[in-house]
Design a protein around this ligand. Structure first.
Ligand SMILES: Nc1ncnc2c1ncn2[C@@H]1O[C@H](COP(=O)(O)OP(=O)(O)OP(=O)(O)O)[C@@H](O)[C@H]1O
Ligand SMILES: [Mg+2]
Length: 308
């Protein structure tokens, strides 16, 4: 199937001379939830802003549902809803009028029933006649989402939708995003909350210093890069790993009180049985043990660190 968004060799150099995107290629599949991860300043907002037509690319091409975002801007933009990172709203308008206005901007005919539903989904219905400046920060963020949904976009960008919102709103947002996906909307989100990507995304892209360094199915990423660790709490601390155990990937932690064995989850054998036998032979006793698996966060941190 043709991707719903295809970005080809996209570069952006800001007037300051700063090169924020360097030859980015990216395809977004129809109907997926794609999480774009990257440290501050990596180029996430720049990339989203170009796709949404708010920033001009320096070179390269972007197609949104087949429409070129430069030469066929209106058609491309009509497909897209954007929840921006920065809170920018018309302070003196009411919730109701600002959301209806957003719909009108895309040349869509008025549809009060639809706007009512969007406001209800976002628990904003009670606030419909309130001026935006009277809302709390989290409610303002909900208004931004309502505005982005008002013209029924097929593609929704959420640039850090849950930065600084409470747990309840975050969970509401996740529910909302899943509901949109069920209705066929493609969702691209950026986030600094790795657990959000872990929870929501079908695929994950990592961007660092203006370059996409990885795009992968979430499940595959976790499987490929996931390492498991077995931690043994020793009865007696060790000064060093005994030479007889040199063939294992072992590290001493907690001042010699813990022996940590790292193994590959894909490998046919974990080596745990042999390790435990060898430990016993070497007269090393332990009082407790547990295993842990590297999280997406560990994977992400090591990917980005390796590029520094
Ligand atoms: N208008 C601009 N003029 C010059 N440089 C800019 C401009 N906008 C962004 N940049 C620079 O481009 C780089 C990428 O910024 P961008 O906002 O895309 O990062 P980001 O990945 O969204 O970061 P964050 O996680 O902090 O939101 C940064 O170094 C930023 O300073
Ligand atoms: Mg940003």
């Amino acid at each position: 199937m043709q991707p719903i968004i295809s970005v080809t060799n996209l570069s952006k150099t800001y007037k300051s001379g700063f090169s924020a995107l360097k030859g980015v290629d990216l395809s977004i599949r129809r109907g997926e939830i794609f999480a774009l991860l990257g440290p501050n300043g990596a180029g996430k907002t720049t990339l989203i802003s170009i796709i949404c037509g708010l920033v001009n690319p320096s070179s390269g091409q972007v197609l949104a549902d087949g429409h070129d975002i430069v030469t066929d801007y209106r058609a491309a933009r009509a497909k897209i809803g954007l929840v921006p990172q920065e809170l920018t709203t018309d302070a003196f308008e009411t919730v109701w009028s600002t959301v209806n206005f957003s719909r009108g901007l895309f040349g869509k005919r008025r549809d009060p029933a639809l706007v009512e539903q969007v406001l209800k989904d976002l628990t904003l219905w009670d606030k419909r006649d309130t001026q935006i400046r009277m809302l709390s920060g989290g409610m303002k963020r909900r208004v931004l989402i309502a505005k982005a949904l008002a013209h029924e976009p097929q593609i929704l960008f959420l640039d850090e939708p849950t930065a600084g919102v409470d747990v309840e709103l975050r969970q509401d947002m996740w529910k909302l995003v899943r509901g949109l996906q069920e209705r066929g909307v493609t969702i691209i989100l950026t986030t600094h909350y790795i657990e959000e990507a872990e929870e929501m995304a079908d695929r994950i892209g990592v961007i660092s210093k203006g370059e996409i360094i990885l795009v992968e199915e979430k499940a595959e990423l976790m499987r490929k890069l996931g390492r498991k660790q077995l931690t043994l709490s020793l009865q007696e601390p060790l000064a060093s790993v005994p030479p007889v155990l040199a063939s294992y990937d072992l590290a001493l932690e907690a001042e010699g009180n813990e022996l940590v064995y790292t193994y590959d989850t894909k490998a046919e054998r974990t080596g745990i049985t042999a390790l435990l036998q060898d430990l016993s032979q070497a007269n090393i006793r332990f009082k407790d043990l547990h295993t842990s698996q590297s999280s997406l966060e560990d994977i992400f941190v090591s990917l980005v660190r390796d590029r520094r």
